[in-house]
Design a protein around this ligand. Sequence first.
Ligand code: 5GP
Ligand code: MG
Length: 178
Amino acid sequence: MNQDLAYVMISEEEIRSRVREIGLALTEEYRDREPMLLCIMKGSLVFTADLMRCLDLPCTLESITLSSYRAAATIPGDLSLTTPFEVDVSGRDVIVIEDILDTGRTLSYVMGLLKAQNPASLKLVVLLDKPSRREAAVEADVVGFTVPDEFVVGYGLDYNQKYRNLPCIGVLKPSIYS
Ligand code: 5GP
Ligand code: MG
């Protein structure tokens, strides 16, 4: 599958060491609390699975599944929840875990739904941030890596549901899209 990549943007080793750093910082920050990790499926499944194992804390895990209807796989579209929003976050210390903050439309929608439930605290952790593409007013509290405006795959991120299992993050060859 690596042969479909034009280049590797972030290596497996770089991801591992940054995820460990974030885990250590969160462990320190949430000492004596029991946060709820909220994984935004499916893109942040891999990041969540690795990050939660770097948390030396009692915590619980929930997930919500979102999908955006896109004219093309690489162009943002309208969002919808594919499952009802059944997670109860009221009074909880919630850590939202997302793969990438791009236009911000996904996360401004999700953060709005969560805030309406009055959590004790709400933190947004994203693996990747593409600040150049922002449309909605949303910023992450923790960013793994700031990336340029390129469509990336791997480590949970897909193109047409594929490449999520790549251990690194990379950019596909143009021939894959045609
Ligand atoms: P938003 O534009 O709402 O911030 O991001 C919406 C979703 O688009 C992200 O959660 C992610 O699933 C997807 N997305 C945005 N940029 C990329 C990218 O470079 N690669 C992949 N695979 N998905 C992306
Ligand atoms: Mg996503």
